[in-house]
Design a protein around this ligand. Structure first.
Ligand code: GLU
Length: 306
């Protein structure tokens, strides 16, 4: 039986209110620090086309690392299993922008969702597309049907200005020969992909691709094989939350991805995608309320992949 989602969402929103003020809005990217901490939205999109939303679910925000799922899906389509020669598949247990592990692993990043791995994935897109920035937006437009989803140039500029760690990661990988384009070109695309602004509703819609085994439900277009979709979900489950991936799997039990803009998207294969936005982050860079909402969602509905 389908749960009564509108009632459930209201109940969850009420219960998580007490979590406001427990986290901090990301401030290492100045343009993100300006986002009001009390923004809060939830959106659910089902494969059958039902939509539910609450609060600021239609307001666009910076998707940040959630973009890594889109670029990974694009690179996986193009490179297939060759992709895994350049980026690993193991959870890192380290913060998203850690440099240490990369040195031990000689420039082959642990997984595609830590920044180092995402930079390699972005480099791959630069090898395949003359206009990688346009290609990334095209892919997202195809997933959402929303052709006005765009880069936020202010966020991209702000991140470039203070992106010393990402520049260090890219240079280090380049020194090991695992970035093929210029570091500046890779960083430019990477900072832009992180700056993409989308709403919870649009994120949930986009992630239906992964809930629906590689087919966009609205158009029936197949973009990934069901095996590729399965594998991307496995990477989200094991690596989607940096050094909190284990705790997220334990508390929520769904594949998903977070970003320092405060967004989290998770999917239930064969059923739905759910996106939450609340900008206050915990010490791992994941949304405090976002995790709480998803934990309550799977607990109260009994829906999870386990
Ligand atoms: N743009 C951020 C960075 O590269 C993304 C981090 C995140 O969302 O986790 O530092």
């Amino acid at each position: 039986m389908t749960p009564n989602f509108p009632t459930l969402l209201r109940e969850i929103a009420e219960a998580v209110k007490s979590e406001f003020g427990k986290g901090k809005v990301a401030n290492y990217i100045p343009a993100l620090a300006k986002v009001p901490p009390n923004k809060f939205g939830i959106a659910i999109e089902t494969i059958r086309g039902e939509q539910y939303h609450l609060g600021d679910a239609m307001e666009r925000f910076s998707i940040q690392s959630i973009s890594k799922v889109f670029t990974l899906a694009m690179a996986f389509r193009l490179e297939r299993k060759n992709l895994w020669k350049r980026v690993g598949l193991e959870p890192s247990g380290n913060p998203f922008n850690s440099l240490i592990q990369l040195e031990y692993e000689r420039g082959i990043p642990r997984n595609p969702f830590i920044n180092a791995g995402a930079l390699v994935v972005t480099d791959i897109l630069l090898e395949h597309f003359a206009g990688p920035k346009a290609a990334i937006l095209d892919f997202i437009h195809t997933l959402t049907g929303q052709n006005d989803i765009q880069y936020d140039e202010e966020v991209a500029r702000s991140e470039r200005e203070f992106g010393y760690t990402n520049a260090a990661l890219a240079n280090f990988i380049k020194s090991h020969g695992n970035i093929h384009n210029s570091v500046e070109a890779v960083l430019d695309v990477y900072f832009h992909q992180c700056s993409i602004a989308m709403s919870c509703q649009e994120l949930a819609r986009a992630f239906l691709l992964f809930a629906n085994h590689g087919v966009v439900p609205a158009t029936q277009e197949r973009l990934l094989t069901s095996s590729q979709s399965k594998r991307l979900n496995a990477i989200m489950l094991t690596c989607g939350f940096y050094d909190e991936a284990g705790e997220f799997a334990f508390a929520v039990g769904l594949p998903g991805k977070s970003g320092v803009g405060g967004g989290i998207v998770a999917i239930i294969p064969g059923e739905l995608a759910i996106a939450v936005w609340s900008p206050e982050l915990n010490e791992h860079g994941n949304s405090v309320l976002g995790i709480k909402v998803l934990e309550m969602f799977t607990t109260l509905t009994g829906m999870s992949i386990f």
